[in-house]
Design a protein around this ligand. Sequence first.
Ligand code: AGP
Length: 616
Amino acid sequence: MCGIVGYIGSQKASPILLAGLSKLEYRGYDSAGIATMEKDSIKIAKDKGRVENLYNLKETKELEGTIGIAHTRWATHGIPSKINAHPHFDMTESFAVVHNGIIENYIELKRFLEEKGIKFISDTDTEVVPNLINYFYTQETDNSDLRILRAVKKTCEKLIGSFSLEILSKYMPNNMIVVRKDSPLVIGKGHGENYVASDIPAILSYTKDFYLLNNFEYVLLSRDNIKFYDNNLNEFNKESTVITWDAMAADKGGYEDYMIKEIMEQPTAVRETIGSRIENGKCNFSELNFSKEYLNSLHLIYIIACGTAMHAGLAIKNTLEKLCKIPVIVDIASEFRYRNPIVNEKTLCIFVSQSGETADTLAALKLSKEHNAKTLAVTNVIGSSISREADYAIYTHAGPEIAVASTKAYTSQITLLTLLTIYFAEILETITPEEVKNILNGLLELPSKIEAIFKNTDQFSNLAKNIFKEKDVFYIGRGVDYVTSMEASLKLKEISYIHSESYAAGELKHGTIALIEKGINVIGIVTEPDLVKKTVSNIEELTTRGAITTVVANESTVKEIDKTIFDNVIVVPETISYLSPIVSIIPLQLLAYYVSKEKGLDVDKPRNLAKSVTVE
Ligand code: AGP
């Protein structure tokens, strides 16, 4: 996820663009750049590092233009570097583009353009965009405004993935073109000037009058005019919206807290993590080179992490074992590093970490390398310590996660680990094409299934009103539902400070049921079709002892439940078992969030906690 800003008016563009980027740094901050229309050409100032670096660049100080585009990056393709920073030129420097999103088919488009003699200088997916625009532009003859719009439209029709684009061209020195598909983009209407941004907060200080763009609405901006064209390039009138947010709310894109914003971003995070990984029905991990003989030689796969990241490892354990027929141990990094683990060249060690900076996980990684194990990092931050230390690194594309409580990183980690599992199983030939198709389809349906849960969040805020005064809350489940109960319990504890425990439902009678008394809240997760009856009977044992029970079921397991027995029943969309931890955690993330809000706590910065634990 990246942030883009644009300005067209009579003021010097660079200060406005830099101020806008500063407000978008939560969307990405590993490199940044701006481009402005100068007298006879487009000039670019960009570098690795945060937006503040741009202020001091010599090239920035030389930008006098009053039309410009800007970008702050969260690297998805190509490491953070000056050359990979946006904006990107086409080879002839006739077009400059900034892009937020992922071009899933950029490799084939790059090959097509290279065959036409186009030379690329970056490792990014984005660089295909200006070059495609220039390619289609040179195919046209007439010189109307529509010539460039047609070239942009033909380019967008070739792109698979998500994109919001701001485009400058030396052929239209008084205009800018913008268009989006699945990545957000808004236009702020000024007087004699107009603004563009990934989200409203970046430009809310200049105007309250906004156009909220829909997919494939092509926009030609000038200083005094904004022209909208539909997908057939027919001009149309678009209604503007007056935004009434206050400045504080604006910094979180209109959401009250980063945590709720990040919960709501999970469909996009999952979609972008899948991104360009699925190609012709296969999983594409071009950055890995595991052979069949290496994978066959493995005695064990260790997944090592902390907190929520460790729960993501637990959520993939059964899938990995079942599909790859390799034993998997999931371990807490701070335990692993001191237990003299049996690790050697026949062990693959996978390290899961949102920040890529967790001290215990990094130490466990170094220990594994000393024992000659191959090491693979799964992180959300390109260039992080763990991704650099590991032999291999693959990335979730969740975008920066600001709230201390991890949400979109968790669901993105399970998504990416599922894709990795299919990739391994295809190499090992331990999975059938039908199984691959079934799981990949399940992954591709996830964003809409998560979005369906957001349609009725009142059920969670209402339940939170019954729970927020509690001293203890128990979560129980079996199989992957037990894993979900662990993650749900951690979420509640870390942001509401309510004591909570997660328990394997079958384990209750071995001690914990002694704690159950009248009024105790128990939340049971019941999405595993083969375990419904067992778990339900465990929950019934608790209702007979006076517990207040909530069940999280899916559309098929709920049919096997007598709903009258329980105090609350939450139903989530059904998905294949491998993926149910991604869907069933959503209501429980929301529940924890609303409980914390009911208690008037600082949801984004809970007491005693840091976003990344970089010390032991
Ligand atoms: C999760 O909500 C917590 N903030 C915490 O458990 C976190 O998952 C853990 O510290 C690991 O962080 P990492 O993913 O950045 O390594």
